[in-house]
Design a protein around this ligand. Structure first.
Ligand SMILES: [Zn+2]
Length: 496
């Protein structure tokens, strides 16, 4: 198991650094954060930051583009024609906005097709299930499968079961809600764990805390040593009903899925730049992912990320600000089910990794921003040690101090905190190799209500909060690209 990004989050992976408590889980404490401290960077960049924030109050370019993306291009799973339409449109958008060196880096992406699918309880009662097949799942045989359901509340419970208890059955996982980081594991590796005990199918409670009969899809990750079995997410309500019925007696479910893989398709990472005035070879890279799931509109995940970072970069350009280093905007491709875009970008950089000065990814939605997150995935993993600034090496402590200084410029939009933990699946290949990882951190109240569902639509993105996220990232990217010195990387690894 690599970082959580290896599980194709398509999402926000922001976990609070207190034991295993996580955002989005019940009774979650507020995230650890540090307050802004006015210092030399704030003194130097106050005028530019104020100009960015002022312009950011009324800039609508990102939201207008997001509206078009959602309503006219829509969902854009890797391999779909809509994704390639979005890639071409994204490049044109960057060109029209006046960014330099706009290119599409060709990337081959997997092509998973959902096809027709359905599920139902067939005994002791008959009831259709609210289901969505998991991304990358195999299909069922024609006509589907009908089998006894076995309710499993945890991996530990599955481990304790005998093969006879599981063999030939459809495992129904419902661990309750413990935050995305815990629940996503049931979606990601639950199918192969169940298959190892002889299960013929898996239904997993959707990775969300909100019960609205909405199934949430997302990638599964098969263990190649085990038979691949079909797997789908079901709504919380349906998972709970199966659980209740299983306590009464035998329950049978039917599952039919046409899901299958087709040949890889050529797509691409979209890139554009503001070329640095003194060190054009040094790059602050910022972006989100252009692909989405094949449901909803990919509005928060991650339309808000690509359009929020687009607005962050174009604000700088429109104001005529020229940082010393290059700011490169990237719409990475295939984050949701393969991360081919992030890997291809890292490959393109090759040995010049040291010239990637910082990597900023927005993939947590555009809810009310709290401030800037700094560090990698590791510090956000369930069970990671509590964050302790004093245990970090001096260069990392200095980096936190520099960010607290920069954050003091963000007081006017109420996003002046620095939070340990940031990053994203697309930038992880960079940050694994020492590039400092940053991400906007939001209050994250509803992201997992909509994530990977039919409900991830434009109306979920509040234009006002969207603008604040863009303005925050604009200031941070500008200062990081212009300031003397640079942040340290590998923060999370060193925190242990
Ligand atoms: Zn995402």
């Amino acid at each position: 198991m690599k970082g959580l990004a290896a599980f194709g989050m398509g999402a926000a992976l922001f976990f609070v650094q207190s034991g295993v408590a996580q955002m989005g889980a019940p009774d979650t404490p507020p995230p650890v954060s540090m307050q802004a401290v006015h210092g030399p960077l704030a003194a130097k960049y106050k005028a530019e930051a104020d100009r960015i924030l002022k312009a950011g109050e009324t800039d609508d370019d990102g939201y207008v583009a997001l509206t078009y993306l959602c309503d006219h291009i829509g969902k854009r799973l890797s391999g779909s024609p809509q994704l390639n339409t979005a890639v071409e449109w994204g490049a044109e958008l960057m060109r029209k906005a006046g960014l330099e060196n706009v290119t599409v880096q060709p990337v081959m992406v997997p092509h998973w097709v959902r096809g027709e699918e359905s599920g139902a309880i067939v005994a002791p009662v008959t009831k259709p299930l609210h289901m969505l097949g998991l991304g990358m799942s195999v299909g069922t045989p024609k006509g589907g499968i009908t089998a006894e359901a076995v309710f499993v509340p945890s991996f530990e419970a599955l481990d304790a079961m005998s093969t006879e208890q599981v063999k030939g059955k459809i495992v129904v996982f419902n661990p309750g809600w413990h935050g995305y980081g815990v629940n996503v594991m049931y979606r990601a590796i639950g199918p192969s764990k169940a298959a190892a005990k002889g299960a013929v199918g898996v239904l997993v409670r959707s990775a969300t805390g909100l019960a609205m009969q909405t199934p949430h899809t997302g990638s599964l990750y098969y263990d190649e040593k085990v038979t691949k079995i079909p797997a789908a997410a079901i709504s919380i309500e349906d998972a709970l009903m199966i659980e209740r019925l299983c306590k009464e007696g035998p329950v049978k479910v039917h599952l039919q899925m046409d899901a299958h893989m087709e040949a890889d398709v050529k797509a691409g990472n979209v890139m554009g730049e503001i070329v640095g005035s003194e060190h054009p070879e040094q790059v602050v890279v910022i972006g989100g992912h252009i692909d989405s799931w094949d449901v909803g509109q990919g509005a928060q995940d991650d339309g808000s990320g690509i359009m929020g970072t687009f607005q962050a970069v174009t604000l700088i350009h429109k104001l005529g600000l020229k940082p010393k280093r290059t700011i490169r905007l990237v719409f990475w491709v295939n984050e949701e089910n393969g991360e081919a875009g992030g890997k291809a970008y890292r490959k393109m950089i090759g040995p010049k990794i040291g010239e990637q000065v910082a990597a900023i990814e927005m993939d947590e939605g555009a809810e009310k921003p709290l401030g800037i997150g700094y560090g990698g995935f590791e510090s956000l993993m369930p069970g990671a040690p509590p964050f302790d600034l004093s245990k970090l090496p001096p260069d990392q402590q200095q980096s936190f101090a520099a960010l607290q200084d920069i954050a003091s410029l963000l007081g006017p939009i109420g996003a002046d905190r620095v939070l340990p933990g940031g990053g994203g699946s697309d930038i992880e290949p960079l940050t694994d190799d020492g590039v400092p990882a940053l991400a906007p951190r939001t209050e994250d109240l509803h992201y997992f209500d909509w994530h990977h569902t039919e409900a991830d639509t434009l109306d979920k993105v509040d234009p006002k909060e969207f603008r604040k996220n863009a303005a925050m990232l604009s200031v941070v990217a500008y200062v990081l690209a212009d300031m003397d010195g640079r942040l340290a990387g590998k923060v999370a690894a060193a925190a242990k």
